[in-house]
Each structure stands twice: as C-alpha cells, then as structure tokens.
Design a protein around this ligand. Sequence first.
Ligand code: DLZ
Length: 174
Amino acid sequence: MEAKFHFYFFHSKMSSTINNLSLQDIPSASDMRVGIVVCEWNSHITTPLLDATVSTLKKHGAKPEHIMVRTVPGSFELIFAANKMVKSGLVDGVIAIGCIIRGDTPHFDFIAQGCTNGIAQLNATGNMPVIFGVLTTNSVEQAQERAGGSLGNKGEEYAITAIKMIDYARNYDR
Ligand code: DLZ
C-alpha cells in the first residue's frame, strides 16, 4: 500500500489523460461491484453517459453481473437512491448520473445545489465513494458536447474515477 501512495506522489506529471484525469495505472475492476443510479430527466444525455460509464467499467475488467443499474426520475432523487445503494452493502461504490440544464427559472440552481450538496454529504459520511456524474450546463448543446460530442463522453471519467476511488477505499479498509 505504501509503495502505491509513493508512486502516485512522485509521478504527478502524467502523459496519458482524459482532460485532467490520469489514465495510467488504473486498477483492475475485475472484483469491483459498482452501482449506478441514472436519471430519466434529459435521458437523451444521461443514456449516452450511462452507456460510456458501463462500457468503460467493463473495459477495465468489471463483470457485467457486478454492475447494478437503477433509474430515478430526476437529479434530486439521486441522493436518496445513491444512499440506498450505499447502505445495501451490495456494491463497493456508486456512480450518480444526471444532467441538469439551466432553464428560465431559478429551479436549476436549487436542483443543482441540492443534488451537489446531497452527494457531497454521502461522500463525507458514508463508507464508500459516490461519484458525482451530474452535468450542469447552460444549454442542451453543452450537455451534448460532453455526452459523446466534441468534448468526449464524461461517462468514461465517471467510471475511471469510481474504479480509482474504490481502490483508494480498499487501501484504507485493509
Ligand atoms: C424539475 C426539474 C427541472 C426543472 N430540471 C431538471 C433537470 O434539468 N435535470 C434533472 O435531472 N431534473 C430536473 N428536474 C426534476 C428534479 O430533479 C426532481 O425530479 C423533481 O424536482 C422532483 O423531486
């Protein structure tokens, strides 16, 4: 465990990245159970995010039967559903996927803030990582760019972040 921490510390300049996310030394997910909660709201965005998340988990060794996917209406419900998954003991980490797009009313701010705070609270108080896979954008176009468009698919980042954080948690559990 110690050697691993040192490795991360001394190799801060990573050449292979998705944006700022290092793609080097990603742990195997072959023994990881990952829960995913995904929103129906803006499903034309959340579905490609989900697809990329699942395919990236599999690419890194996760077994299909160890990936649990559940659907909720909107991003505000992610908190409740993710909390249930955390407490179920059936998974090692959770990825919450949603897409909140700014509209004409202040609703965007309340939903985005509530969702962010709720997921942050789960991370601060729970015993496993809950990955914040929620796009908050000013337009549909911005969301599309990040869900398989010109800026890639953030689902890949969610999956890799989940794998890294489950591995991180395990290093403390041992
Ligand atoms: C109500 C609402 C609005 C206006 N916009 C979004 C959105 O852009 N993305 C999203 O995931 N959910 C939205 N919702 C639904 C709320 O998340 C929630 O489902 C309802 O307020 C019911 O609790």
